[in-house]
Design a protein around this ligand. Sequence first.
Ligand code: INI
Length: 161
Amino acid sequence: TIRPRFVEGRLDGRGLKVAIACARFNEAVCERLLEGALVELARLGVRTEEIVVARVPGAFELPVAALHLARSGVDAVVCLGAVIRGETPHFDFVAGAAAGGIARVAEQTGVPALFGVLTTDSNEQAMERAGGRHGNKGAECAAGAVAMANLVRSLRAARTP
Ligand code: INI
């Protein structure tokens, strides 16, 4: 039989430090994403004292906050925001800058940075993904942060076979 060595990040938050960068723009949505993330981190065993939340004005500001948080010694950064097309002609610039910037932070620091920025056509679609019938992107990213933090720990410790 073929038995490769699988390396996976367990969904166990005990002993992890997690940062959250959360935008204020579209505040009702962002608060629900934040609540979802905090409840999920607690459920997975991350201690409240090991969670830091940084507030930024809008999703465009998430990358620089994420960069400083990533450098601060946390195991993962969750970025939360909501960019809604109906409200802005510069949707593509804001959403694109947030996505590209957050990806760059993760790649350049090696610290997982999760993309919890909703990009929707309407406020209603955003709410559906912030604790509504399509789940909560904040909670999803919190679980992803725990999984990725543990994966990175395993990969750092791993030796090539
Ligand atoms: N920021 C958001 O997070 N979501 C939006 O939908 C949005 N709109 O619609 O413009 C938005 N704009 C603000 C932007 O993120 C910056 O805060 C601003 O441009 C200052 O740099």
